[in-house]
Design a protein around this ligand. Structure first.
Ligand code: DLL
Length: 447
């Protein structure tokens, strides 16, 4: 079948690299099973920890006869990567490893992922398909402002952009003045960075009198590596006129390019011919049917260096049960709005930072810069949210300011069901980040 016969994104012609996105579902399932069987054999033969766990369950590679049999297999966790640090989970000899990536986390040893040449190509394929899904083409000039190095954001998007034939500007994170100068002078059309860093770029640009709509040629933003909301997307798009796309991934699975949203924005399509997704109940670990929310689990069907079998991401999502109007047969996951480990329990109520963000940004005068501070005072949990608001509102009289504060407090409380102390602050006073931004400070852990 000619590629042009497949359904495609709105009026964007299908890029040849995207062909596997439209593979007939039956063919896709057969391919996944074939790849899963190969992967299970590989890890059974080469990864002692997984072999031991399979033996404890009485499971052997030949028991995997259907895709459903994946539930017979043991899970892998971040702690396994820490315990087996640095090379204990490698399934290929060092001779075949061509690159390491690490993710640090907050404490202890980093996790180490070894990539073979095959893995680099698989990863590049994911990033190329993600960028093609965003509408990025070889004529684009792409500024990669994710960090280069052990973090996967920079090199991942870099290889993706080069693979598509874009002109890539590998500037990495930081040096905001230079980012803005080159973006303007080189007519950059695609920016790839964290959404929080892009907000910082917009902000610094405004200070210099740069109007993104007027002075920049930007068309697309490829944003990920941290949670962000639809409300944040709307703010970014209205401030700059670009299309803001959501790209998802994690170091353990490769990096960015595991999933990406298409023009219909019904979720992020997973490149599931390489990265097989499951949703499990985080308590019972039972697999859940498509449509049910739970913890996202990935199996890397084609990776050979440090393959992951049923890796528990801690990210909360659901697999869409509905086909996407774009015609892709690869399934979509709901955007990642939370992790099981970033849920705050405040006065007994479960609160996710993304809910707070959605509440804040529903109020017009609020800027997309905020911090969340949780503390315990006299045995009682307290929640304070400091948020920047436009300079014009701050110069309003006390009464209107108080009314705005009450509106913000109400908008947040409506979503999280508990009250928060809201502090309105001047623009440019809260911390910014070149990479992932930590917006939450939980002081209770110290006491
Ligand atoms: O953040 C890889 C990446 C780089 C993804 C650039 C997208 C763009 P890690 O540092 O290992 O890898 O962090 C992975 O970040 O488990 C999620 O919790 C979170 N995350 C990544 N992308 C998104 C997203 C990279 N689009 C962890 N939305 C993941 C929400 C995201 N959270």
């Amino acid at each position: 079948m000619a590629l042009t016969e497949y359904a495609h994104d709105l009026d964007t012609p299908v890029h040849p690299v995207s062909a596997p996105d439209y593979m007939p579902a039956e063919q896709l399932r057969a391919l996944q099973l074939h790849r899963l069987q190969g992967l299970v054999r590989r890890v059974y033969d080469h990864v002692p920890l997984t072999r031991r766990r399979m033996e404890e369950r009485g499971v052997r590679p030949e028991h995997i006869k259907t895709l459903k049999d994946i539930s017979l297999l043991p899970f892998m966790l971040k702690t396994d990567l820490r315990d087996e640090y640095p090379f204990g989970l490698f399934a290929s000899p060092m001779n075949d490893i061509v690159r390491f990536h690490c993710s640090s986390g907050t404490t202890g040893k980093p996790i180490v992922i070894g990539n073979t040449q095959n893995d680099i190509l698989v990863w590049q394929n994911g990033c190329m398909r993600a960028l093609a899904m965003c509408g990025v083409r070889s004529s684009d000039v792409m500024q990669v402002a994710y960090g280069y190095g052990l973090f996967t954001g920079g090199l991942g998007l870099h290889y993706g952009g080069e693979g598509l034939g874009c002109a890539v500007l590998p500037i990495s994170g930081g040096n905001t003045d230079r980012q803005l100068m080159l973006m303007k002078d080189m007519g950059v059309t695609v920016i790839a960075c964290t959404p929080s860093y892009f907000l910082h770029l917009i902000d610094e640009g405004m200070k210099k009198g740069i109007d993104f709509k007027r002075d920049m040629r930007l068309k697309h933003g490829v944003f990920g590596a941290e949670p962000w909301t639809e409300e944040m997307r709307a703010k970014i798009e209205s401030l700059t006129g670009i299309a803001a796309h959501d790209i998802y991934g994690l170091t353990e699975i490769c990096g960015p390019g595991v999933a990406n949203d298409c023009a219909h924005r019904h979720g992020l399509h997973v490149f599931e011919d390489h990265f097989y997704p499951e949703i499990v109940d985080p308590e019972t670990l039972e697999p859940l049917p498509d449509g049910e929310p739970g913890e996202l689990v990935f199996t890397t069907l084609t990776r050979t260096g440090t393959p992951m079998l049923r890796y528990r991401t801690r990210d909360i999502s659901r697999i869409s049960a509905e086909p996407c109007p774009c015609g892709r047969t690869i399934r979509a996951i709901e955007r990642i709005s939370a992790r099981t480990d970033d849920m705050l329990i405040i006065r007994g109520v479960n609160v996710f930072p993304s809910q707070i963000e959605a509440g804040l940004l529903s109020v017009e005068a609020v800027l997309p810069h905020y911090v969340i501070i949780v503390d315990k005072v006299g045995g009682l949990d307290t929640l304070e949210i400091k948020v920047e608001v436009t300079r014009e509102t701050l110069s309003d009289d006390i009464k209107s300011l108080e009314a705005l504060r009450a509106r913000v407090a109400h908008a947040v409380q409506r979503i999280i069901n508990i009250s928060a102390k809201i502090t309105l602050v001047e623009p440019h006073t809260l911390p910014r980040s070149e990479g992932k931004l930590r917006r939450v400070t939980d002081l209770r852990q110290k006491s």
